[in-house]
Design a protein around this ligand. Structure first.
Ligand code: B1M
Length: 214
């Protein structure tokens, strides 16, 4: 089976096609990890590239993410069973007091499509829940989203909670959301900032690389 076909189905947002291609591939013995590495990731990378160059806008990205998810739903349990390690473990959420979750969901989907295990903590997430995701969930990266100027300071509070709990040193922190920028990331002591979901994957990869290098 041609992995390019699956990548194209993701790019064009053909979720039924992606689902049946994946089922057929699994039935004929294709390795689940190969479906992710050679079909879904290249497909979502192209979607990310098109989004960054303004060729794609939010609706196309969401439709592609839905196709990626339809395939991933069939593959994920098999990958988990086979013990293949994800690229990294991410806990993502919108900070406390903030209910906006569309951008956060998109970032989570892109990270998942890029090979990360994503623990989506939802919206309006208390700092303690992020601490718990590191202490008990084994998160390598904490991803904080905020859409309101009034909830931006909660990013600082969350990072402080990680420091208080003495887990800040073992986790990377990335922040994002419309009112946030690199200067704010520097101000609150985050390790990374991404303006959009495609860049979020690049920043996550860079942070994981940095962590691996010690
Ligand atoms: Co609200 N809202 N909203 N809202 N809302 C905004 C954000 C606002 C800019 C509208 C405006 O006034 N022009 C304004 C904020 C002003 C400010 O603080 N500067 C605002 C306000 C004021 C409010 C309320 C206070 C309104 C009220 O009740 N008076 C209220 C607050 C509720 C709360 O959170 N406590 C409120 C409520 C809502 C709804 C519930 C109705 C709804 C949210 C539904 C939902 O999310 N489930 C809503 C919506 C939809 C919006 C707008 C229209 C759209 C936001 C969105 O989803 N954008 C927004 C105006 C606007 O942005 N045009 C607005 C699409 C999304 C894909 O983009 O979230 O930016 P975005 O995510 C991007 C990047 O930012 C980045 O990647 C994503 C994809 O590229 N990104 C990350 C996001 N998180 C990231 C994390 C990362 C990395 C990148 O790493 C961790």
């Amino acid at each position: 089976m041609d992995f390019n076909d699956l990548a194209q189905m993701v790019i064009s947002g053909d979720n039924k096609g992606a689902e049946s291609w994946t089922q057929e591939a699994l039935d004929s013995g294709v390795e689940p990890a190969a479906i992710i590495d050679s079909g879904l990731i290249p497909g979502m990378e192209e979607v990310g590239r098109r989004f960054k160059s303004a060729e794609y806008h939010m609706p196309e990205v969401l439709i592609s993410a839905r196709a990626m998810k339809a395939s991933l739903a069939l593959v994920r349990p098999l990958v988990t069973d086979s013990g293949i390690e994800p690229k990294g473990r991410v806990a993502i959420g919108t900070v406390r007091g903030d209910l906006h979750d569309i951008g956060k969901n998109l970032v989570g989907m892109m990270l998942e499509g890029a090979g990360y295990e994503v623990n989506d903590l939802g919206a309006n997430v208390a700092p303690e829940a992020f601490v718990d995701a590191v202490e008990n969930g084994g998160a390598d990266l904490i991803c904080l989203s905020a859409l309101l100027t009034t909830t931006m300071p909660m990013m600082n509070s969350t990072i402080e909670a990680l420091t208080q709990a003495e887990v800040r040193g073992r986790v990377g922190v990335m922040i994002g959301g419309a009112p946030v920028n690199q200067a704010y990331a520097d101000q609150v002591g985050a390790d990374g900032y991404a303006p959009d979901s495609a860049t979020a994957v690049e920043v996550a990869d860079a942070l994981m690389k940095k962590r691996a290098a010690g």
